[in-house]
Every structure is written in C-alpha cells, then in structure tokens.
Design a protein around this ligand. Structure first.
Ligand SMILES: [Zn+2]
Ligand SMILES: [Zn+2]
Length: 298
C-alpha cells in the first residue's frame, strides 16, 4: 500500500473514484452474499488499535495483525509481520496460506498509531485473495481493497490516518478521505453504527461528514420515496416521455414485455445493484442482492 501521493504534493480530495467504489460494494455483496456481509459486525475496536511505545514491538505488531484477521473474519489465517526500509507503507505476499508475510515500513516502529491502519489494507488483500475477488485493473483493485477494508469494519483506521497539521501531512491508501467517509457512512447505515467518536484526526472526521452527506443523497434519489420535490418533478417528466433523465440520474425506463406498461430500473442505494420495478405509484421493493427493502414512488 502506498503512502502520501508524495511529501510535497497536495492530498487528493473529492470523489474521483466513486464509480469504482460503488462497483466494489456491489462486487463484495455478490461474492460474499448479504448474510456474509452482515456477519462483519462490529467494527475493529479503537481499543484494539492502540499500540504505544511501552508494548514490545514484535509482540504488539502480531497482536494487531491477529485482531485484524479476526475483525475481517479470516479463519486460520496467520499474519507474520516484519519491519523493513521500503518506499510503500506495507506489502503482503499473496500465497495459498494459511501463513501470510506482511512487510511494513520501518517508520511504523516508532509511528505506531497507524500500524493497525496499514495492516487493515494488507489483511483486506488476503481476504479478497481468498475470496478470489479481484478487478482486472491493478489501480481499481487497490480501490476495491480499501473499500473492502472500510465496508467490512476495519478501514475506518485508514481514514483516521489522514492528518494534516504543521508537522504531519499524511494519508494512507487509495481512496480520498471523502471516499473513505462515503464507504464508512454506507457501512454505518447498514450496521446501524456510528463511527464518528472513533476518529482521533479532526480532518478525518470532517472528511467523514462530507462523505456521509453524499451517502445520504443516495437515499434520496428518485424513484425512492424519500426523493426531494425537484428530483420527483424531473422523474415525473422523464416518466411521461419514457426517456432517460438528462440530469445524470441513474434511473432508466424500459418496456415491461408487450403492451404499454413501463418498468424503471435504478441503482439500489445500499449495494448499487440495479433494481427493476413496475412504474405506477407507491410500492416497496426488495433488492435481490442486499435484500434491503426500498420504499419507492415510481
Ligand atoms: Zn494494496
Ligand atoms: Zn441492494
């Protein structure tokens, strides 16, 4: 896993990888099933992530790695953590297991507070490797790995490692801070948990708030019943014409077999898989993938 984009380069913000992040959440649901995802509660505990100078370096690193393996529900996997000088934050050798060799940057010997974050990304690599879930493009695969770590309860640490002050200028991983916030907010909604008290970095918390705002907008997209009046009006106009909306909304009207009946398809606000329902008023739809019940007004 890489560290900062470069010591003097500005940290990237916003949602440049949003499409891949959403595709990653869908891919996780497809590969792990709704029950498999829901088994990943609770999140990695802030107490388990604590690692201070009084603890033995190697025993402490092993303790963190074992806690991460448990948090990501990897039965029988054992991480062997070694410190060495390297450009990256950490790397892992993806083998058949059950033993996996993780190398972490020497700076974590003293900069211990973010070792759990670095391990969360590497252990997520092992999880995806065991699930045989990968995106063909290596850059997208790193997005999938960060998304998996965050969605499955360990990657809030990666966002918390994002710090900017007079002395530090750091981020870990491949998602922007806002994208981590978005994935964490999606997880928070699914698991009914609130990660906001866990953040030690004020910048991380602010990014979580910005990501949460986008996640909340997903729940107000037409034809969901919670859509706002302007979105509803645009939806009604598009429905009358049977056209694709021109405002970037993701719903699409399609003929339902023979006859004049219409169906509408739209991305599920939880897992982003497309849901298809008849057009014609208030209804509740169950997403076939994540099994969320969606209140719609089609
Ligand atoms: Zn990686
Ligand atoms: Zn869904």
């Amino acid at each position: 896993m890489k560290e900062n984009d470069g010591p003097r380069r500005a940290i990237e913000h916003g949602f440049p990888h949003l499409a891949t992040v959403r595709a990653s959440i869908t891919a996780l649901f497809r590969r792990m099933s709704a029950d498999g995802i829901r088994a990943h509660a609770p999140s990695f505990s802030p107490a388990d992530a604590a690692f201070d100078a009084s603890e033995d370096l190697h025993l402490g690193a092993q303790r963190l790695a074992s806690a991460m393996v448990r948090a990501l529900r990897l039965p029988e996997a054992r991480m062997v953590v070694a410190f060495r000088p390297m450009d990256e934050a950490a790397t892992v050798e993806l083998t058949a297991g059950p033993e996996y060799f993780v190398e972490v940057n020497d700076r974590f010997r003293t900069h211990r507070r973010d070792l759990a974050a670095a391990l969360s990304h590497e252990v997520a690599h092992v999880l995806l490797h065991r699930l045989e879930l990968a995106f063909p493009d290596p850059a997208e695969n790193e997005i999938l790995t960060d998304t998996a770590a965050a969605y499955l309860g360990a990657g809030w640490l990666l966002l918390d490692a994002y710090r900017e002050d007079a002395l530090t200028h750091q981020r870990l991983g491949y998602l922007t801070p806002e994208e981590f916030g978005y994935v964490l907010a999606k997880r928070a909604a699914l698991f009914d948990e609130d990660p906001s008290p866990w953040f030690t970095s004020p910048q991380a918390y602010e990014a979580y708030v910005r990501g949460s705002a986008l996640a909340a907008r997903d729940l107000r997209r037409a034809p969901l019943a919670a859509a706002g009046p302007a979105a509803r009006r645009r939806y009604a106009r598009a429905r009358r014409c049977g056209l694709a909306p021109r405002d970037g909304s993701a719903y699409r009207f399609e003929p339902a077999g023979s006859g004049p009946a219409l169906r509408v398809s739209f991305p599920c606000p939880v897992c982003e898989q497309r849901v298809r329902v008849p057009v014609g008023g208030r209804l509740r739809a169950r997403c076939g993938l994540c099994r969320s019940v969606l209140d719609c007004d089609t």
